[in-house]
Write a protein that binds this ligand. Structure first.
Ligand code: ADP
Length: 489
């Protein structure tokens, strides 16, 4: 095939429902496009409400037996899945690169990262502790136990086609939940390949179901899950408007909800920062996946005293980035996911320039490479009113603003409805604790640009969402507490 996979059976182009690979009920198809060229190269079902309903039916039927396994038993399935993901690392990386566009080295990194969640939750599955509560009166014993919430609906975005799936599905399965999932329309193939590996790992029928759909039919599929009272939890990563819509609709059946939504991460360089470390941290945080992650710094604030020096050092690194298709071994920045994404970056740059910002590096599309490329770009003189300061750009744009003091920059950093990640560089310990305490975000990088890890609770506050992924909390989010009281003792 055009994908040259070592194992062609990983190229799955059907839904997976109740252990069967099936076309959609009305046999309509969604074309999967290569973001580097815009050309279609595979197809998956454009599913209907009937397919969504069949998936819930299967997940609901599978739940009693799946929850009855011990945590250790469920861990065995997850460990096999983990090993299979790593065994198939190269094929999965090729699928990710092909449908999502990130360079192959980065895609290989994503496979390992995605597998780390499966391993972690396999390890956590036998450790789902409750509490023994000292009784306030004699003759009673009290305890709290954790139980799986039931059927979970998982809806994922395209920027980490493997990791977004495992971060949600591994803890759900570890906790004893069963799953219906819909991957992003841009990147269904990696998700389906992971499901194929789960099938090989031997998960029982109906425990994990996946349905694909075009953007136009995403709502038709997901609305079935929203309306069905048997779906007890919705876990979503994606844009804030869609997340708010799903949260509202979940209220009809009062589902539990986890939301990983947009960010608007500040990155602050104080006058006492180690500038080389700050440049390295910014490059790592900003240009991961071509700037298409929800924790990418979206606003960079640099103290007046080091501004010139910092911009000069950064400009050199940004100008040296190699842009190209994932198929070229030296590419560092691939294409953006689609035309909508490139248009947004171009709009943000135009708006900033119209309002007085200055281009230091880049500032243009790269049509010679393909339709979806945008040059790594460094702007200075950026202000809070510009679009790039208010909205998440989701691309290789570094917009720099100058600041004079700590209180001013903290106010600016927090002046957003979002609260996912924040980063700052300083060598002053008292300042580090003070600033870390005052930043209104769920994650803070202190002299560090790479935060995400399976062992740590990832998630936002304010309009960036609620719930945590990874860590012990990432498992607890798929459980509900039950309080047991035995009397007459
Ligand atoms: P992005 O703008 O990055 O594509 P979205 O929030 O639009 O982010 O998409 C994230 C996920 O939400 C995708 O799987 C997409 O298909 C799904 N989605 C988009 N719109 C809806 C909707 N109205 N109902 C349910 N799911 C949706």
């Amino acid at each position: 095939s055009a994908l040259s996979l070592v194992r062609s059976e990983l190229l799955r182009q059907h839904n997976f429902i109740d252990q069967q690979w099936r076309a959609g009920a009305d046999e309509r198809w969604l074309a999967v496009q290569d973001p580097a060229t815009g050309m279609p190269f595979a197809r998956v079902p454009d599913s209907t409400a009937a397919d969504a309903a069949a998936a819930v039916e299967a997940a609901h039927a599978a739940f009693p037996a799946w929850r009855a396994f011990t945590g250790r038993e469920r861990a065995q399935f997850l460990k096999r899945w983990h090993a299979l993901i790593l065994d198939n690392r190269e094929d999965l990386a090729r699928l990710i690169s092909r449908e999502q566009g990130k360079p192959l080295a980065e895609a290989r990194g994503e496979v390992v990262y995605s597998a780390s969640y499966v391993e972690w939750f396999a390890e956590e599955a036998p450790r789902l502790y409750g509490d023994v509560i000292p009784a306030p009166a004699p003759g009673r014993r009290m305890m709290m136990v954790r139980e799986p919430v039931g059927v979970v609906a998982a809806i994922t975005p395209w920027n980490f086609p493997a990791a977004m799936i495992t971060r949600k599905i591994a803890p759900a399965l570890a906790a004893g939940c069963t799953v219906v999932a819909k991957p992003a329309e841009d990147t269904p193939l990696t998700s389906l390949a992971l499901v194929r590996l789960a099938q090989e790992a031997g998960f029982p029928a109906g425990v994990l179901n996946m349905v694909t759909a075009a953007r136009e039919r995403a709502a038709e599929v997901v609305d079935v899950w929203l309306a069905d009272g048997r779906v007890r939890k919705l876990t979503f990563t994606g844009s804030t408007p869609v997340g708010k819509h799903l949260a509202r609709e979940s209220a009809a059946t009062l589902k539990r909800v986890s939301m990983e939504l947009g960010g608007n991460a500040p990155f602050i360089v104080f006058e006492d920062a180690d500038l080389d470390a700050a440049v390295a941290g910014l490059m790592a945080a900003k240009f991961r996946n071509g700037g298409q992650t929800c924790v990418c710094p979206n606003r960079v604030f640099v103290h007046r005293a080091v501004h010139e020096d910092f911009v000069a050092r950064l400009a050199e690194k940004v100008a040296a980035l190699k842009v190209g298709p994932a198929s070229r071994a030296d590419s560092e920045i691939g294409p953006m996911i689609n035309a909508r994404a490139v248009d947004k970056i171009a709009r943000h740059v135009e708006d900033a320039l119209a309002h007085g910002a200055r281009v230091v590096v880049g500032g243009e599309r790269l049509p010679a490479l393909g339709p979806n490329y945008y040059a790594p770009t460094l702007l200075t003189g950026v202000t809070a009113a510009m679009c790039c300061s208010r909205e998440e750009t989701f691309g290789p744009l570094v917009p720099i603003s100058r600041f004079d003091d700590e209180a001013e920059v903290l106010a600016a950093a927090n002046d957003t409805p979002f609260g996912l990640a924040a980063y700052f560089y300083s060598r002053d310990m008292a300042r580090a604790w003070r600033v870390a305490g005052l930043l209104e975000t769920g994650l803070v990088g202190i002299n560090e640009g790479a935060l995400a890890a399976e062992v740590a609770p990832f998630g936002g506050i304010k309009e960036s969402g609620y719930g945590r992924e990874g860590s012990r909390q990432g498992l607890e989010d798929y459980t509900q507490m039950k309080y047991l009281c035995q009397g007459s003792l």
